[in-house]
Design a protein around this ligand. Sequence first.
Ligand SMILES: Nc1ncnc2c1ncn2[C@@H]1O[C@H](COP(=O)(O)OP(=O)(O)OP(=O)(O)O)[C@@H](O)[C@H]1O
Length: 227
Amino acid sequence: MIEIEDTLQNGVPNVTFKNVSFSWPGKNEHVINNCNFSINKTGLWMIVGKNGSGKSTLLKLINGLLIPSNGVINKLANIGMVFQNPDHQILMPNCRSELLLNINQNLSRKDISNKIDIALNKVGLAGFDKRSIHTLSGGQKQRLTIASSLISDKNFILMDEPTALLDSSSQLAVLEIIKGLTKNKRNPFTALWITHRLEELSYADAVAEMKNGNLSDWQKPFNFQYN
Ligand SMILES: Nc1ncnc2c1ncn2[C@@H]1O[C@H](COP(=O)(O)OP(=O)(O)OP(=O)(O)O)[C@@H](O)[C@H]1O
């Protein structure tokens, strides 16, 4: 049986997989194999795992791009996505127009401008609203994709190796921004972050490994062992 619920009642997320399996069309083996886990608190959750272990597939199941072959996915969250390469998701020529794409168009002009200023400020891009995308660094572009999620009131952001293309100072900036957002008690926020960069795990509230189509139990970063 396949069943997906998608409603948002408050800022605290609940994403739960119950016996979820998924195989790509034409393939017999399950990439995701009877997978069970739950994310039911705000915070920064990180997943590691070998190439091809199914991490990106898992994110696509969470955001509804893929439908499970079996099992149940319950989603109580307003879900956004940040990809490894921001050039793959930024569509407009400057920061303001990119954010306008993602904002509730029923707001007044004044509220729209305020929201744009607040979102840019939250990601350390205050004053960048008129900047052309081609003048931004990779790290600034990645921060703009986070601002796009914020401005569309997402409270759960899926991040697929968001720092893989960034140098260490931009990596740190993105990590600090996401960590700060997840600690903001007034606007509960959650990130599920896939990484191969093990030094990032110390920022996580919980870490799990994707292996054999399943996710291990969540652990504190200092308890987590990965071979
Ligand atoms: N569109 C697709 N069609 C068929 N098979 C796919 C497709 N996308 C991914 N796969 C296969 O699914 C498996 C898991 O891929 P996935 O991208 O989820 O792994 P991953 O853990 O994210 O890998 P990486 O760390 O390299 O990004 C791989 O065997 C891959 O070849």
